[in-house]
Design a protein around this ligand. Structure first.
Ligand code: DGJ
Length: 724
């Protein structure tokens, strides 16, 4: 660890008279602000790093408002980031520059631009943070009410960015249950574009709070100026782009203001969630790799540099039919395969009401002694005896009307005051109100009690299967009902912080009916996420491809499941299923006893192979090559260790046509001047034949390999190692 003093450049707050530029930089990019005392802060430029910002005025660049406000001499109608009703009823805000500061500590750079309204004692700090290890730039605001009476925040976005018009395309992700993160790409035209969500708890199912803007026409994986924008928030969000004039598209990103007017009393402040921006000249792939490095190296995913274990999760093996015997049988199988962790999913709990299906017992976190007469500690022990770590499923923010918890605390559920709540999953599920400190304490204790009863618990799968469909809090007062969506998230984060303070080493998976909560608001508290409830390897290729735009492979839980697949009914070869799952955090979601003897042996070898390539797959840089979305019938990608000494290449065939064009399969991200020795992994049947062959990085990247990939659902995994 570097010493604080080594890099501490805290500049005093500087009051300036003339205009000056503030260069908010990352290693390769700059965002340049123009500030002048008594004037609004302007954003002049975002792109390649500039060390001489005077070039901008020489090139006659004109600024756009850095944080556009509603109501005072501004033409920004939809594109305002801040809209406030002040204490005297004034709807206008006019933020003027007051001062700025810069500091740097341990490779983290912080800029703060202090602004104040021209009429009210109402202040906003524009905050910017960058890191020496990636080109991600975080932007957020701190909004402070210095007025004598309360003010109401009607809209309080995190940040705005003007993007010069041209052939600009937007890529965003849309999904639903078992079909998350479908990539949608379209040109940006005049008018209003928006991706938003109002599901309350699961903000990544329908639309995700992440977009890409390709500035040089149709998005490309490896070339073209591309901007990424990711909102680090797990609640309702809105990312909008308004194109009203002829110069710029106006991107505004933040908490979705629908149903969320937020009152600040005198002296109170509100910190908006960060918008994480990336600018890259290397297309979508360049943007992705920056987000991945940022997440791994800067705590944006909990324990981002830790290696994840191979696990078996019991859900698709037995669903709710948990028992000592069924668990132990799966443990035996997965131990023989060489896995390292066993996770018992839903179905293990319930006292008065038993969790035999999804209508009962959420909140009653007592072992169901009919199913597990010796209790969970006996299972933890059974796992340990087999050399396996132990993990368990919970859904702590939820209850069922058929539960002891609901009988005792009907006032704890999310409900509109005075109305019967509408139920979700199983016809009886309800969400607990995380804005209520008593509920926060209860949720903390769900984890704490598990850790007390079974202290060797290594892993928790934290599920969340219900959106907020009863928008209201029984805890918040009548004049604070519109704080509910935001206070739910703040309560959840507070609880997770408390859990992390006590259990920093616990591995926690973020799950929400699959990938419903894959967002950077929660990932600092979670080690990984369940990508999707859809474990069909073909569909997973698409879901994983979309998810990897913003999230690193080491955090993506990818499990081999039974064939025919339980969601699609599709039959796929075991090798294909493994080759798809092995490009992320490998696991299994089936009874090992359902494998034939040959399959068992293949799986055993594949687990062992995975242990060898795990650091490359989980910590490497991802280069996506052939997109399954391009409908060629092929897909490929390569993961390259950060030192470029090792790489693992994956290719898949997912369609078969007569006279189908077959590409040469190229690598990327290697050292062009180095030589690499190839080894085929997971070979089954006739190998592709690359064993021991040596090629230059340049050849592999520019020319590529002829792969056989003989039939549909054939696949190939190749390890490349630098030869000294
Ligand atoms: C939804 C999750 O996505 C599944 O993996 C499983 O844990 C079920 N919930 C259990 O109810």
């Amino acid at each position: 660890m570097k010493k604080f003093s080594l890099c501490l450049f805290l500049s005093a707050i500087a009051i300036v008279c003339g205009a000056k530029e503030i260069n908010v930089f990352t290693p390769n990019t700059s965002l340049v602000l123009s500030v002048k005392e008594g004037s609004p802060v302007e954003l002049l430029y975002y792109g390649d790093r500039l060390d001489n910002t005077a070039q901008l005025s020489a090139a006659q660049f004109q600024g756009e408002p850095a944080y556009p406000c509603f109501g005072y001499g501004s033409a920004f109608f939809n594109a305002s980031a801040l809209s406030v009703t002040h204490s005297d009823g004034d709807l206008a805000t006019n933020l003027l520059y007051v001062a700025d500061s810069y500091s740097c500590k341990d490779g983290v750079h912080d800029w703060l631009v202090h602004t104040r309204d021209s009429k009210h004692k109402f202040e906003v700090d524009l905050c910017y943070r960058s890191y020496d290890n990636c080109d991600v730039l975080e932007m957020w605001t701190v909004i402070r009410n210095g007025e004598k009476k309360p003010v109401v925040l009607e809209k309080y976005a995190s940040a705005a960015l003007p993007v010069r018009q041209g052939d600009v395309w937007v890529s965003h992700e849309h999904g639903k249950w078992a079909a998350e993160a479908c990539l949608v790409e379209e040109p940006l035209n005049a008018g209003h574009f928006e991706v938003s969500d109002i599901a309350g708890t699961k903000n990544a199912f329908l639309n995700r709070p992440n977009i890409l803007l390709s500035l040089d026409g149709k998005p490309s994986e490896n070339s073209g100026r591309t901007i990424g924008a990711v909102l680090c928030w797990s609640g309702n969000f809105k990312m909008s782009i308004d194109t009203e004039g002829y110069m710029h598209h106006h991107l505004v990103c933040g908490i979705n203001e629908t149903g969320s007017r937020y009152t600040l009393k005198k002296g109170e402040s509100f910190t908006t969630p960060a918008l994480a921006l990336v600018y890259s000249n290397e297309g979508k792939g360049g943007v992705s790799r920056n987000y991945h490095r940022w997440a791994r190296h800067n705590g944006k995913i909990h324990d981002g540099l830790g290696l994840r274990k191979i696990l078996l999760n019991s859900w698709e093996g037995v669903y709710f039919n948990v028992s000592q015997e069924s668990m132990e049988k799966m443990m035996d199988g997965v131990r023989d395969l060489g896995a390292e962790l066993f996770v018992m999913d839903d179905g293990w709990f319930g006292r008065k009401y038993k969790r035999n299906n999804d209508s009962y017992a959420l909140g009653d976190w007592y072992t169901d002694t009919d199913k597990l007469p010796q209790g969970v500690p006996a299972l933890e022990q059974a796992a340990a005896q087999r050399g396996l770590k132990w993990g368990i499923w919970i859904e702590p923010e939820m209850t069922n009307t058929l539960s002891e918890l609901y009988e005792q605390h009907p006032d704890w559920v999310v409900a509109n005051p005075g109305r019967e709540p509408i139920c979700g999953r199983g016809g009886t599920q309800l969400t607990l109100d995380m804005s209520n400190p008593a509920v926060q304490d209860f949720v903390f204790r769900v984890v704490d009690n598990i850790m007390k009863e079974t202290p060797d618990t290594y892993y928790i799968k934290w599920d969340c299967n219900m959106e907020i469909i009863n928008t209201g809090s029984q805890y918040l007062s009548a004049d604070r009902q519109s704080h509910f969506y935001v206070d739910y998230q703040l309560g959840l984060i507070k609880t997770l912080e408390r859990i992390r303070a006590k259990y920093p080493e616990l591995v926690i998976q973020c799950c929400a009916s699959g990938g419903g909560r894959v967002n950077y608001g929660l990932m600092p508290y979670f080690d990984e996420f369940w990508v999707s409830d859809n474990t069909d390897a073909e569909q997973r290729l698409f879901i994983q491809w979309g998810t990897s735009m913003f999230f690193p492979t080491g955090a993506m839980a990818q499990h081999v499941s039974a064939s025919p697949n339980h969601q699609t009914g599709r039959e796929l070869p075991l090798k294909f299923r493994f080759d798809v799952a092995m490009s992320g955090r490998l696991g299994m979601e089936m009874k090992p006893s359902d494998l034939s003897a040959d399959e068992f042996e293949f799986a055993r070898k594949a687990f062992s192979t995975y242990k060898d390539i795990r650091p490359i797959v989980q910590q490497g840089d991802l280069y996506r090559m052939i997109s399954p979305y391009d409908n060629t019938g092929y897909a490929s990608q390569v993961l390259v260790s950060e030192d470029k000494k090792q790489a693992v290449f994956f290719a898949y065939k997912i369609r078969q046509y007569v006279n189908q064009n077959k590409p040469r399969f190229r690598f990327d991200g290697l050292d062009p001047d180095a030589c690499y020795r190839l080894t085929e992994l997971n070979a089954a049947g006739a190998p592709e034949g690359w064993e021991g062959q040596i090629f230059s990085g340049k050849f592999l990247m520019n020319t590529g390999l002829e792969l056989k990939l003989p039939g549909v659902y054939s696949s190939c995994v190749i390890k490349a190692e630098k030869v000294d």
